[in-house]
Design a protein around this ligand. Structure first.
Ligand code: NDP
Ligand code: GDR
Length: 327
């Protein structure tokens, strides 16, 4: 039975990846931070067969202990402070967790493997935010990185550190440059879920408007359930490498609003949307669109859920959730 250690198991991707690995017969260990993390219950309910270990990405000794218990064949480093807007207000913390946390994980992996680095494979959750002020359209593995937020800068550090461990020590380390991926499990602070939740509440008469920031930004949005499959496929290759994982389509926030309100049968979305500079960012990433050719040709990976299907799935899930709350 292969063994996997996942950081960030309480997050959106951690839950989908745990489900995928358990369905493939893996023994799954998930790192959870804090002395009484409220999301432990969610993990226990969603993936009861996963084993929870305590640790924090900023505490190397806790990671070394987690490796000793999990004895992993595969390591998926998904843990991070992942909300871009928050990273300006907490730049140092974001650098420690999202940036230096990667180094701690790579070092814990190296210490665990000792002379036998072949026994473990490493996945780093890199991000399209590293492209920031894009230098090429669409963005691919070779596109120059130009991050626009403390989060993006921290991810660039983790990305290059992963490549460096591959080149310095011959570690089987892969960096998945994933573009935005969403689901009904997406945190409510991110724009897709903020919109799907608001649409559901507006439809049910629980609120009248949603307040957003920049409506012109464009993102390449896919379904998180599809994207964790790409992570797993990267670690099944003979060599570690870097891969862009994206749909190859881009849509504006305005288009997101149109589809989301439309899914609830509301045509005139503008009547329900307000803007507030509070939700604007000091430096915006205007356009992201990925070229997933390498993931397709090497990994045989393709997204299955379309943008419209994704948004409809999220609105329907939030409608059901909000209805259950008012019952
Ligand atoms: P989430 O924000 O849903 O999950 C982040 C996870 O990191 C949570 O489990 C969180 O734990 C954990 N975490 C935060 N701080 C620490 C810490 N100090 N020590 C250990 N764990 C910590 O993110 P997603 O699931 O959406 O994303 C997974 C990864 O992929 C992240 O690294 C993200 O940056 C990256 N990524 C995501 C994309 C997306 O579109 N979703 C696209 C590209 C990259 P807790 O619950 O305790 O806060
Ligand atoms: P992003 O996702 O920054 O791309 O990072 P987010 O959904 O937060 O923002 C997407 C775009 O929407 C605009 N926007 C708003 N965003 C939020 N959150 N709230 C608003 O009210 C709002 N109004 C407009 C933003 O300005 C932005 O342009 C996500 C995270 O999952 C990262 O961890 C990951 O690395 C990247 O995706 C790829």
């Amino acid at each position: 039975m292969p063994r996997a250690l996942i950081t960030g198991i309480t997050g959106q991707d951690g839950l989908y990846l745990s489900e995928l690995l358990l369905s493939k017969g893996y023994e799954v260990f998930g790192l959870v931070r804090g002395q009484n993390n409220p999301k432990i219950a969610l993990v226990q309910e969603t993936v009861p067969d996963a084993t929870i270990l305590t640790g924090d990405l900023t505490d190397l000794s806790s990671l070394v202990r987690a490796f000793a218990v999990a004895q992993p064949d595969e390591v998926y480093n998904l843990g991070a402070i992942s909300f871009v807007a928050y990273s300006w207000e907490n730049a140092s913390l974001t650098s420690d967790v999202t940036g230096k946390g990667v180094l701690n994980m790579l070092e814990a992996t190296r210490l665990y493997a000792g002379d036998n680095l072949d026994k473990v494979r490493f996945y780093q959750a890199s991000s399209s935010e590293m492209f920031g002020k894009v230098q090429e359209v669409p963005q691919r593995e070779s596109t120059l990185l130009w991050p626009r937020s403390p989060y993006g800068v921290a991810k660039v550090f983790g990305h290059y550190m992963t490549i460096n461990y591959r080149e310095s020590y011959g570690m089987h380390a892969s960096s998945g440059i994933l573009f935005n991926h969403e689901s009904p499990r997406r945190g409510p602070e991110f724009v897709t879920r903020k919109v799907s939740q608001a649409v559901a509440r507006i439809k049910l008469g629980l609120q009248d408007t949603v307040t957003l920031g920049n409506l012109d930004a464009k993102r390449d949005w896919g379904f998180a359930g599809d994207y964790v499959e790409a992570m797993w496929r990267m670690l099944q290759q003979d060599q570690g490498d870097d891969y862009v994982v994206a749909t190859g389509e881009t849509h504006s926030i305005e288009r997101l609003l149109e589809v989301a309100f439309g899914a609830a049968g509301i045509e005139d979305w503008r009547r329900h949307v307000e803007q507030d500079p509070r939700f604007m960012r000091p430096a915006e990433v205007d356009l992201l669109i990925g070229d997933p050719t390498k993931a397709k040709t090497v990994l045989g990976w393709e997204p299955k859920v379309s943008f419209e299907e994704l948004v409809t799935m999220m609105v329907e899930s939030d409608l059901a959730e909000q209805k259950a709350l008012i019952r």
